[in-house]
Design a protein around this ligand. Structure first.
Ligand SMILES: Nc1nc2c(c(=O)[nH]1)N[C@H]1C(S)=C(S)[C@@H](COP(=O)(O)OP(=O)(O)OC[C@H]3O[C@@H](n4cnc5c(=O)[nH]c(N)nc54)[C@H](O)[C@@H]3O)O[C@H]1N2
Ligand SMILES: Nc1nc2c(c(=O)[nH]1)N[C@H]1C(S)=C(S)[C@@H](COP(=O)(O)OP(=O)(O)OC[C@H]3O[C@@H](n4cnc5c(=O)[nH]c(N)nc54)[C@H](O)[C@@H]3O)O[C@H]1N2
Ligand SMILES: [Mo]
Length: 832
C-alpha cells in the first residue's frame, strides 16, 4: 500500500488536501468519540482522545479504567509502543505517595548520604513534603546563595503544552530564587555547538529539505551513523509518523535501482534492513579518518567542486595542507593511511569519493557520531565533505543533520502552534530572593559536566570560548528527566551525589533517580490530566486535545497542581496560575493560537468543538530546500557564521587554542577505542548505547508486558555477534557480565547477525538497578551508563561522550542476583 497516498486520501476526504478547513468528527464514518452504538444507557464505555511522544491515539475508557488504546486513523505508521500506554498508567513502578528517604527524614540535610540509593523511604503527606522542599530552598538561598541550587535540565518529560512539567517547576522556582542552570543537551551537545561556527545555525533542530525533493533529485543518499526507521517512532511533540511514507517510497526506488543508498555504520541498522540498502562498515569512532581520506581522494583526483569552495566557503586553503600532510601532524590523509584506522579498504575509500561526486549526493547524519569524544569533528568534517561535493543548497544534495528526527523532511504547514504555560515570571514580578550572587561561580554550566561540578568544585574549565567555574552546588531539583539514566558513569555519580545535601525529584515513575533522591513528589501521568499538544514537531500538522483519561492514581497530582501548591507557600498561588483553571488555560492557549491563525488564513473551530473532536489538522505546506536561499545569493542570504560563508576554517575556534578542537576538522585518537585503538588489549569490545527500538529512553522500561518481549533472562539484552559469543563461551539467552574499570552490569546475551566483531550494543534507558548503594556494586538489570565514560567531547562543547566506551564481557557464573530496578521504594516506618 502506498501509505503516503492513503494519507493524502485521508486528508482529501477531510477536505484538507488543498485548503485549510476543520475536520468534523463525523467524516470518519461514525462518531467514534461517543462510544459504540451497542452501548446501553448504563454503559460507561467512552472513547477519548490524546497524544504522546509515540503518536496521537484514541483511548477506550470504562468507568474510570483505561482499557485499551488505538492509534489515531491519520497515523499511517503507528509505533507498537503506543500500545504500552495502559501498562504505563497501571504500573507497579508508579510513584504513589510523596516519599522522603529514611535517613533524610530523620536528619534532614545533615543526613548520611552514603545511604543514598538503599531505597528505604518514608511515606509523608503532600503538605509535609512541600513544606520540606520549601524550607530547604529557603535554607539554601539564605545559608549559601544562588550558586548552591542546581536546577536540572528538563529532559524528555511528557508532551502537553500546559502541564509541561519542566515549565511548571521552573516557573515556581523562579518565583523563589535563582540557581545554577545548564547549557546544551544530551542529544546534540557537540553538534549544536560546532555547527553555528560552520554553517551558521545548529542544523540539528532545523527543518530539512522536503522528502519529495530528495526522492526526485538524489542519485545517492548516505545515512551516516543514522537509524531513522528506529528513531522516527518518537517525537518531541505528538508524532505524526508521516516521514515513514517516504522511506517506503525510497525502498521502492532502491529496489528499482533509481537511488543508491549507503548506510555508514558499524552495525546493520534497522533502517538498512528495512530499506534493503548497502552498508558501509566503518570501525567505531573513526568516521573522521574515513571522511578525510575521501576528501584526500577528491583532491588527488580533482573531483572536488572548486567553484563552490571559492564562492560559498572560507578556509579550504588552510584545511588542504593538513589533508596533504603539510601541517599539524604532518601525515598525508591518504586512503592507505585511513585503512588501518577505519577498517575500510583504501580502494573502497577511493570508490566512495568518486561515487559521492558523480551525481547528486545527499548526506544525512544521525546524532550518535557527535555523542562521542571529539564529537565536534565528524560533524564539521561532514560539512567540509559536503562543501567539497558542492551541492549544498540543491534539492537532494548537500548535508542534513536532522532527517532522523521528528519527521523532519515533511513540509511544515505554516500554521501557528499553541504556546505553553509560561516558565518565566510575569512581567514586572520578581523572585523572593532576587539578587543572585554566584560568588564567582558560573550561573550556567554545560549539561554533561554536572557531576564534575560536585567532584571538582571550583574547577575552571574551557567551554565554547569562555571559562566556566564549576559551582559546588548543595541541592538539586529535577523534573521530567531521569538523571540516573541519561548521565554517564554511575559509580562516579554515586561518589559525587554523596556531596549533595538535598535532592528533590518529581516524576510519575520510581526510577533510579528517585531511589537516589531525598524527597520524591508523585506527578501523575499525562493521561490523568487535560492538556493539548502540537501535532508534528516540525510539520506543525495540527493540534491535539489530550483528554484526561482517568483520575490521578494514588496520591499523584498534575505538575501544575504540585507547583501551584508550592507557590502557595510563597503566597503567590494566584499569580502562579494567573487566576485560571486547567480548562480556562487550555481555552486561552487554543484561542491565542486560533487568533494568530485567523490572520494567516488557517481556520480553526471554536474551542468546544476542537475539544470534542480531539484534533485540528492543517494542510501540508510547500516543498522546501535547505540552504537554497544561501546558494542563490550568498551575500544577501549570508549564513550566521562570522564570515557569512561556510567555514571550513574557523578563525574564531582557532583563536580559542584548544588542543582537542582546532581551527579546522582533524583526526584525533580517542582515550579508548576498540578495533586496535587505545586500551583495546584490555577491553576489546566497543559498547555502543543507541536509542532503544522499543522505548523512549527510560520511559516504558517499567512496562512489564513490553519488557517481556525484548528482555533476555529478565535482563536488558546485550547484542553481539556469533563469533565473539563463541570465543567467550556465551550462548543466546545466557546471563552475562559486561564490565570495565568504571563498573559492571548484568545483561542477557542476544546473538544477532547485525553486529560485527568487537561491537556490543545495549540500548540506553535500561533502568539502573544497583545490587546495593555501595560504590562499585553491580547493576542487576543492564544500564549501559554503568560503564560509559563521563568526559566532555572537547573544550569547545563539553558535551556527553557516551559512545566512547570499551568493555569486556563474560558469561555470568552462578546464580545472578535478582533485578532491583522495578517496583518502587522499600517503604519503612521511621519509628520502628
Ligand atoms: N549511554 C547513553 N546515554 C544517553 C544517551 C545515549 O545515546 N547513550 N542519549 C542521551 C540523550 S540523547 C538523551 S535525550 C537523554 C534522555 O534522558 P531523559 O530525558 O532523562 O530520559 P527519559 O527516560 O525520557 O526521562 C524522562 C523522565 O521524565 C519523567 N516524566 C515523564 N512525564 C512526566 C511528567 O509529566 N511529569 C514529571 N514530573 N515527570 C515526567 C519520566 O517518567 C522519566 O523519568 O539520555 C542521554 N543519555
Ligand atoms: N525509538 C526511539 N527513537 C528515538 C529515541 C528513543 O529513545 N527511542 N530518542 C530520540 C532522541 S532524544 C534522540 S537524541 C535521537 C537519537 O538519534 P541518534 O543519536 O542519531 O541515534 P542512535 O540510535 O544513538 O544512533 C544511530 C546510529 O548511529 C550508529 N553509530 C554509533 N556510533 C557510530 C560511529 O562511531 N560511527 C558510525 N558511522 N555510526 C555510529 C549506531 O550504530 C546507530 O545505528 O533519537 C530520537 N528517537
Ligand atoms: Mo536526545
Amino acid at each position: 500500500m502506498n501509505t503516503n497516498q492513503s494519507r493524502r486520501g485521508f486528508l482529501k476526504a477531510l477536505g484538507l488536501a488543498s485548503a485549510a478547513t476543520l475536520i468534523p468528527n463525523v467524516v470518519l464514518g461514525q462518531n467514534i468519540l461517543k462510544g459504540s452504538t451497542g452501548d446501553n444507557v448504563h454503559n460507561l464505555v467512552k472513547w477519548k482522545f490524546s497524544g504522546a511522544h509515540w503518536g496521537a491515539f484514541r483511548a477506550k475508557i470504562a468507568g474510570d479504567k483505561l482499557l485499551e488504546v488505538k492509534p489515531f486513523e491519520f497515523d499511517q505508521h503507528p509505533t507498537d509502543m503506543i500500545y504500552n500506554i495502559p501498562g504505563l498508567v497501571y504500573n507497579s513502578s508508579r510513584v504513589r505517595y510523596p516519599m522522603v528517604r529514611l535517613d533524610w527524614f530523620k536528619n534532614g540535610y545533615k543526613s548520611d548520604t552514603t545511604q543514598r540509593g538503599d531505597n528505604r523511604f518514608v511515606r509523608v503527606t503532600w503538605d509535609q513534603a512541600l513544606d520540606l522542599v520549601y524550607n530547604e530552598l529557603e535554607r539554601i538561598q539564605t545559608q549559601y546563595g544562588a550558586w548552591a541550587l542546581h536546577i536540572g535540565n528538563v529532559g524528555w518529560r511528557s508532551v502537553g503544552q500546559l502541564h509541561s512539567c519542566g515549565n511548571n517547576m521552573l516557573r515556581a522556582l523562579a518565583m523563589h530564587g535563582s540557581g545554577v542552570t545548564t547549557a546544551g543537551d544530551y542529544s546534540t551537545g557537540a553538534g549544536q555547538t560546532i555547527l553555528p561556527y560552520v554553517l551558521g545555525s545548529t542544523e540539528v533542530y532545523s527543518q530539512g529539505t522536503s522528502w519529495p525533493l530528495i526522492l526526485d533529485n538524489s542519485d545517492v543518499i548516505v545515512f551516516w551513523g543514522n537509524d531513522p526507521i528506529k528513531n522516527l517512532q518518537v517525537g518531541w511533540n505528538t508524532e505524526t509518523h508521516e516521514a515513514y511514507a517516504y522511506y517506503e517510497q525510497l525502498r521502492e526506488k532502491i529496489a528499482k535501482n533509481e537511488i543508491q543508498v549507503i548506510s555508514v555504520d558499524p552495525v546493520k541498522s534497522k533502517t538498512q534492513n528495512f530499506l534493503n540498502c548497502e552498508q558501509q562498515y566503518v570501525n567505531p569512532l573513526t568516521d573522521v579518518a574515513l571522511m578525510l581520506a575521501i576528501a584526500h581522494t577528491m583532491v588527488k583526483e580533482n573531483l572536488h567542486d572548486q567553484d563552490f569552495l571559492a564562492t560559498y566557503t572560507v578556509g579550504f586553503d588552510e584545511f588542504e595542507p593538513y589533508l596533504m600532510g603539510k601541517t599539524i601532524d604532518h601525515i598525508e590523509k591518504t586512503p592507505e593511511w585511513a585503512e588501518p584506522i577505519c577498517g575500510v579498504k583504501a580502494d573502497r575509500i577511493r570508490e566512495l569519493a568518486r561515487l559521492f561526486t558523480k551525481g547528486r549526493t545527499q548526506l544525512i547524519f544521525g546524532w550518535a557520531t557527535q555523542r562521542q569524544q571529539h564529537g565536534e569533528q565528524p560533524y564539521w568534517m561532514g560539512a567540509v565533505l559536503a562543501a567539497m561535493i558542492g551541492q549544498i543548497g540543491l534539492p537532494g544534495g548537500g548535508i542534513s543533520y536532522s532527517h532522523h528526527y521528528c519527521s523532519v523532511g515533511v513540509p511544515t504547514s505554516g500554521a501557528s502552534m499553541p504556546g505553553a504555560f509560561p516558565l518565566a515570571l510575569d512581567f514586572g514580578r520578581k523572585a523572593k530572593y532576587d539578587q543572585p550572587d554566584y560568588q564567582g561561580y558560573s550561573a550556567t554550566i554545560p549539561v554533561a559536566r554536572v557531576v564534575d561540578a560536585l567532584l571538582e568544585p571550583g574547577k575552571e574549565i574551557n567551554y565554547n570560548g569562555s571559562t566556566v567555574k564549576l559551582p559546588p552546588y548543595k541541592m538539586a531539583m529535577f523534573s521530567g528527566a531521569n538523571q540516573w539514566h541519561r548521565q554517564q558513569d554511575r559509580n562516579k555519580m554515586k561518589r559525587a551525589y554523596q556531596k549533595l545535601e538535598t535532592i528533590v525529584y518529581t516524576d510519575y515513575n520510581w526510577t533510579a533517580s528517585c531511589r537516589f533522591a531525598d524527597i520524591v513528589l508523585p506527578a501523575c501521568t499525562p493521561y490523568e490530566r487535560n492538556d493539548l499538544d502540537i501535532y508534528g514537531t516540525y510539520s506543525n500538522r495540527g493540534i491535539i486535545a489530550m483528554h484526561k483519561l482517568v483520575d490521578p492514581l494514588y496520591h499523584s497530582k498534575p505538575d501544575l497542581e504540585i507547583w501551584a501548591q508550592f507557590a502557595k507557600r510563597l503566597g503567590r498561588e494566584e499569580e502562579y496560575r494567573q487566576g485560571l483553571t486547567e480548562m480556562e488555560w487550555l481555552e486561552k492557549l487554543y484561542n491565542e493560537c486560533r487568533d494568530a491563525n485567523k490572520a494567516s488564513g488557517f481556520k480553526m473551530p471554536e474551542f468546544a468543538k476542537f475539544w470534542e473532536d480531539g484534533y485540528v489538522l492543517f494542510p501540508e505546506g510547500p516543498l522546501w530546500t535547505r540552504h537554497a536561499d544561501f546558494r542563490e545569493d550568498p551575500e544577501v542570504n549570508a549564513l550566521g557564521t562570522p564570515s557569512g560563508f561556510i567555514e571550513i576554517f574557523s578563525r574564531k575556534i582557532a583563536s580559542y587554542n584548544y588542543e582537542n578542537c582546532k581551527g579546522h576538522p582533524i583526526w584525533i585518537e580517542k582515550d579508548e577505542r576498540s578495533h586496535g585503538g587505545p586500551k583495546s588489549e584490555k577491553y576489546p569490545f566497543w559498547l555502543q548505547s543507541p536509542h532503544p527500538d522499543s522505548r523512549l529512553h527510560s520511559q516504558m522500561c517499567e512496562v512489564d508486558s513490553a519488557r517481556e518481549k525484548y528482555s533476555i533472562a529478565g535482563r536488558e539484552p546485550v547484542y553481539m555477534n556469533e563469533d565473539d559469543a563463541k570465543a567467550k563461551g556465551i550462548k543466546h539467552g545466557d546471563v552475562v557480565l559486561v564490565f570495565n574499570d568504571r563498573g559492571s552490569l548484568i545483561a542477557g546475551a542476544n546473538i544477532s547477525p547485525n553486529f560485527p566483531k568487537g561491537v556490543l550494543r545495549i540500548f540506553e534507558g535500561a533502568w539502573y538497578g544497583p545490587l546495593n548503594e555501595a560504590i562499585g556494586s553491580v547493576d542487576t538489570y543492564g544500564d549501559p551508563n554503568t560503564v560509559t565514560m563521563d568526559v566532555g567531547t572537547s573544550d569547545l562543547a563539553q558535551a556527553t561522550s557516551a559512545n566512547t566506551c570499551i568493555v569486556d564481557i563474560r558469561k555470568y557464573e552462578g546464580a545472578a542476583p535478582a533485578v532491583t530496578s522495578f517496583g518502587g521504594p522499600i517503604e519503612v516506618d521511621p519509628i520502628v
